[in-house]
Design a protein around this ligand. Sequence first.
Ligand code: MOS
Length: 726
Amino acid sequence: MKFDQPAGTNPIDRMKLVGKATNRIDGPVKTTGLAPYAYERHDVADGQLYGYVLGSAIAKGRIASMDLSQAKAAPGVVGIVSTLDHEPVPLLGFNAANLFGGPVIQHYHQAIALVVADSFEQARAATSLIRVKYDREDGQFDLSAIAPTAPLKEDSEVRHGDFDAAFGQAAVTLDQTYTTPDESHAMMECHSSIADWSGDKVTIWTSNQMIQWNKRSLAAALQVPEENVRVDSPYLGGGFGSKLFLRSDAVLAALAARQVGKPVKVMLPRPFVFNNTTHRPATIQHIKLGAGRDGRLTAISHVSINGNLPNGDIETATAQTELLYAGENRLTQVRLGVLNLPEGNAMRAPGEAPGLMALEIAMDELAEKLDMNPVDLRIVNDTQVDPVNPDRPFSQRQMIECLQRGAAEFGWNEGKAYPRPGQRREGEWLIGTGMAVGFRNHILMKSGARVRLSPEGRVIVETDMTDIGTGTYTIIAQTAAEMMGVPLDAVTVRLGDSSYPASAGSGGQWGAANSTAGVYAACVKLREQAAAAAGFSAADDVDFADGEIRASGRAVPLRQAASGGELVAEDAIEYGDLNKRFQQSTFAGHFVEMAVNAFTGEPRIRRMLAVCAAGRILNPKAARSQVIGAMTMGAGAALMEELAVDTRFGFFVNHDLAGYEVPVHADIPHQQVIFLEEADETTSPMKAKGVGELGLCGVGAAIANAIYNATGVRVRDYPITLDKHL
Ligand code: MOS
């Protein structure tokens, strides 16, 4: 189905099931431990052996020699896969760092060997017996050292008008630098895979967000045709972008299984995940704002610097600055310097998450200089069109409504002036409130599905879409049930298998809207088949409801349409240029109350509110869970998350969940989420947009601004730990 015109009315608009707060249909299997995660697939591949991975102990250089003799002789060892016995595995564009093969070391904890043994303990013990000699080279691990000379990343620059002139003439200006640290995804389930070969065909049970990307990457890495690779990932224990791309667990399991001729399972140990896989790279962001006395921005500049491996990608921290506020004269750039740290790559809301942590403090600082209410400053700078392409309106933009609703619900400081800091105290706690705007683009991705109607009247959906804990199973069931006019429990959803039709996958908050649109498309075809099989003509205005097909005063039970045999329909949603004619984005208003201990500087969240405008909300319960999870992640980014870089040896020191701190329940006493009414006709027949990343965007700055309001100390370097505002 080609979607190239605004949606108009369709069966989803009935909203009998779609749009209803619905419990996760995978909840029972997940909470009872019955949902099989990749490492627990005891039901597949008989005789699984255990692989344990060895990582490089240097960050840059070469392996001079590797002595495997002791490890080979250790009890239970079946085989050892050595990086010296393999060429570097071919990579598609998704990965920057070598996953395995060859003597060259690009980063600390690069995988260099895998020991395969009868038991996990035997494999782990034998790995410690491998002796490696390195020729170590000096590397660059310090972002601040390379920042002054980091070159402009091609195509990252947007210039409009004359920034320098406008900034020079502005009545009020702000010129500040903000930093965000390296962050780790810290999902619960470590990367894991089981590989099993049958001839020259391999099946891999793994934990991955993007099945098609993974299948193609694995085929390239193993140098087998794509059709020889099957990837299966029905359940994931989180991803946050860490599992968008092929990782070393899958490559090593497959190489090892091929070498020893038996199935091999590999989980990356937690301490290995931090330096072997990817992370969100640190940024240094320089923002300049110029405004008139009325608060209207005349000049906006945002230059973000980050480091990565030589062929690594950028953190697009300037993305929101291109679109969020009006203003004639604009300059955004990303500069990328070479570091020899592990690969920086996508982590939940790559770009906007760290970008808004800077921009939305800057806006608060500008509001203070103008002595203007921070909400009002955002409102006067609203734009309903792309600021550099005024012919492109936002398809929907309720930023102002998010802020007004949020201000009313939260009890935000009214009045025209900037709220003075350091005014409230309760015992030893300084109290403050802060706000920020959240912004994240909506992305269109082709997505396919197959839908079956069984003779018993069951509807079965198959797509390689993944559920990373987001509620995909449930919203797909809601969509198919709505389309076919059956109750939710008449739908079976099967996900994550590359032998099903290719989907959008889970990433970039595009999963829900696109994958359900693909199911919609397949259901449209199935409805046509079912109506024809039930004897309706193409001219009939057919309705599917209450388990019946109805038109022209006649009603036929749905299952009767399949009485001659199962009906099967397959289709994909494909998009025209509506996202070029319209800017499709999502918006939020974040409001936070903080307490800061006057003696110790300890920051404590008191309450958080997010008002979100993100198209039609397919399942308010699942969407709320996404947003509160994202707000929690934003609290982590603001207050505690930081990979500590050892700038001498080039690795992340705090490589476990004891040293890498994330928020726990006690850190988050109260959260409220409100969704504004929206249905975006330009995005898909579902009229939905992404929401899973929006909830993170802007949270950090709202917390930082609340801390400033409490203490009067402006911290521009995240995380805002207690030492920074004493
Ligand atoms: Mo997201 S970082 O695209 O999984």
